[in-house]
Each structure stands twice: as C-alpha cells, then as structure tokens.
Ligand binder design. Structure first.
Ligand code: C5P
Length: 405
C-alpha cells in the first residue's frame, strides 16, 4: 500500500523512541522507502545501527556533514512525501512551532511544506503545560496533524496522558495521508472564507465574527490532497495556492462566479452578510448634526443559492466546444444558534446545494473564531453525518472524506 512512498521519520529524545523501530519495519514491509533523522538526544535511547538496519538507509543526525552540493535539510525535505515526527518531545514541538532550526531535524521541519504528522510523547504535566498546548495549536493551524498521546503508565513513574499513541494509529494516519495525497489531483476546488465586509463609509463597516479558519483549513486540506485550490477570502492568509482577497458580498460573488464554470467543488464556508447599506457614503459620516442615524440596508444576493440555480439550469444542447456539463459539487455552511438540525434541513432544500455543513454557534468552544469545531454534514438525500469535536484542520479533512466518498 505504501509502495514507492518516501517516509521521513524524525525521532526525538524520549523513551518511546525504541517503539519506532517496529514502525519502521512495518513501513518497510508495506513497500515504503524510509529515512530517519535523529535529534541530538534521540540516539541516547536507540542506536544508529538499529535504525540504519531497519530502514536500510543512512541515519541522519548532523547538520554539517557534507555529502553533496545540496544542503541536507533541503534535500531530505525535497525527498520526502511525508514527514512523521515520533516520538515528539515538548522541546522539538516548541522549536518547530516557533521556527527555530538548531539541529537537522528542526531545520528539515522548518523547510518542509508537505504533510507533517506529529505524535507527541512526554510526562503528563509537560503535556498539560500551556506553552506546549499553544505550540500544538500553532502547528495545527498550519495544517500539521497531531496524534495525541494516550493515557497510561508513563516511563517517568507518573500515570496519565502522555504515552505515545499506538503504533497502529500512527501507521494508519501516515497511510491515510499518503493515500489521500492525490485524491483531488486534477480537480479544481473553490472555497470561500471569512465574514464579508459591507462598508458604511470609508471608516465603518458591517461584518460578523467569522475568522475564516474553517475555510482556510478546507483549502489547505484540499491542497494536500492534490487539488488546484482557489481561496476567496476576506481575511489575509499565507498559502501555497491561489488566494483572492475580497471585501463585500458583491466582490465575493463576482470572484466565485468567475471561477465556477471550471470548478469541480465549491465550498461556501464564508459568512456572507445578508444585507449591505443601500448607499455607502463617500465621505466619513459626521455625528455633529445627527442625534439619530438610520441606515438603509438592502439584501445581498445569496451567492450559494444562485450557484445552485445556475448549476441546475438546462445546458445548451449541444454544449459549446470545450465546455462541459456543470457537475460541480456545491457545499454550503450553516451557522445556527438554535434548532440546528431542523434549520439545516430546511436550508439545504431551500438553497439546493449537494451538502450542507451545520455548526452550532451558541457554543463558545466551537465555531466562530476558535480553532475547534463540531459539525453535522447533511446531504440532499436527507442523510446526516456527525463529526465529533476536533481541530478545524481535522474536521476539514473529514468533511473532504465525506464529500469525496
Ligand atoms: O442563509 P445562510 O446565511 O444561513 O446560509 C449560509 C450559507 O449560504 C453559507 O454557505 C454562506 O456562505 C452562503 N451564503 C451566500 N450568500 C449569502 C448568504 C449566505 O452564499 N448572501
């Protein structure tokens, strides 16, 4: 299943390092090519000879060992299809999150732009440390998948959450990531993100709390699955794919419409304002002569509903040369503060989209502005799939799996 895949394993200095020997064997047995990088402390727990024999490759540790003209941290990053760091110590997680590159492992991680999976293992108190948890959040926001440690008896004598998760879990996560790596190859995906900004005058605007994080996670996930991605967003993001920055609902509609006919998937994760001011003031509005201010609002177009209508419209027969039938999969989002499922069911019918992802914004721990979400996916046949609370990155991946399958 992993034939010809290049797996780069970073081992750091924790007692669970010895377990990775078995994992290397499992990857090799599945046909993968494995290379190992050790942090300076990892070799206190496991020998270079063992890792070398199991991986059937040289084991990398020093940063300044000239072997060819290309710096090692770049050639290893280029070689790998995926990077797994297991076990990952609090120290290495912190360095990677903060961009510190002071040994070969952290330098490769810094130069690595493909899929990265991290399986931490440490003392229970270290795991609960706020800085460690913040560093994990930083990396998750960048698309790194974490395989959290499990509860149990720890080598330090403590009992609690901290031991490396099972090798089967790590194997499956790597296998899944590699096998999904080109599932969207050749597909064009358009995603909207963030709350639209409806200007009142050059200074003020009407908007909402949407941070764009869910849309960004969906875009990144699609990119790692090989898609051509266009993210149409009101928020600024750095990404290795096309980003179209927009402000208002009308800008967003124009951008979405111009991509729609060549798209295979459109996901409207943006929180589009339902209304805009009828007449935006060219100059800053003054309060001096106004004790009361009345703003006249007009309804914005429903971008999602109009896309669905356009998709269902009869195609010219025969189709113009080079054109194709629009079989784009259209996905909407719905944020509700009450009666989530009932409202979502009514909405998928009204809008006419293929899937609707519903989330409950009355809860403070999920949804707007935070890094985690819990959603229910509805399809047009009335089926529902609940995704339990997880990071938005993980939820994004699960949404894609549901839509693709
Ligand atoms: O109607 P409601 O705002 O709850 O619908 C949410 C879904 O519809 C989201 O996918 C959102 O991006 C989309 N939407 C839209 N145009 C609007 C309002 C919402 O495309 N004017």
């Amino acid at each position: 299943m992993l034939r010809n895949k290049h797996i780069l394993i970073g081992i750091t200095g924790g007692i669970a390092a010895y377990k990775i020997c078995t994992l290397i064997r499992d990857f090799k047995k599945s046909g993968a090519d494995v290379k190992v990088i050790c942090s300076p402390n990892a070799l206190n727990f496991v020998t270079k000879l063992t890792l070398q024999n199991l991986s059937q490759n040289e084991v990398y540790e020093g940063e300044f060992t000239p072997r060819n003209w290309k710096p090692e941290h770049i050639s290893l990053a280029d070689w790998a299809d995926i990077m797994l760091i297991a076990p990952a110590t609090a120290n290495t997680i912190g360095k990677i999150a903060q961009g510190i590159a002071d040994n070969l492992l952290t330098s490769v991680a810094c130069a690595f732009s493909k899929k990265m999976i991290i399986a931490p293992a440490m003392n229970v108190n270290m795991w609960q440390n706020e800085s460690v948890q913040n560093n994990i959040k930083i990396l998750e926001a960048r698309g790194v998948d974490f395989l959290p440690p499990e509860r149990g008896f720890l080598a330090c004598g403590y009992s609690g959450k901290g031991r490396l998760c099972s090798l089967a879990k790590i194997y499956n996560a790597v296998n899944e990531a590699l096998n999904y790596s080109d599932i969207l190859k050749g597909k064009k995906v358009v995603i909207t993100a963030g709350g639209t900004i409806e200007e009142i005058d050059p200074v003020r605007y009407i908007s909402n709390y949407s941070s764009g994080k869910m849309g960004f996670a969906l875009a990144k996930s699609a990119y790692y699955m090989g898609a051509e991605v266009v993210l149409i967003t009101t928020k600024a993001f750095e990404a290795p794919f096309k980003i179209v920055k927009v402000k208002s609902a009308l800008d967003m509609q124009e951008a979405v419409n111009s991509e729609f006919d060549t798209s295979d998937y459109v996901i409207m994760a943006a929180a589009v304002a339902d209304y805009r001011v009828k007449e935006r003031s060219e100059q800053k509005m003054k309060k001096e002569n106004n004790d009361k201010l009345t703003l006249k609002l007009v309804k914005n177009p429903d971008i999602l509903a109009e896309l669905c209508k356009h998709k269902r419209a009869p195609h010219p027969d025969p189709l113009p040369k080079g054109a194709r039938e629009n079989d784009c999969v259209i996905v909407g989002f719905c944020a509700e503060s009450e009666n989530l499922l009932e409202n979502a069911k009514a909405k998928i019918e009204k809008k006419g989209c293929d899937y609707l992802v519903a989330n409950d914004i009355s809860r403070k721990d999920i949804g707007f502005g935070v890094d985690e979400n819990e959603v229910t996916i509805l399809d047009k046949n009335g089926n529902t799939t609940k995704l339990e609370k997880a990071s938005k990155v993980r939820i994004a991946r699960k949404i894609w799996e549901r839509i693709i399958n």
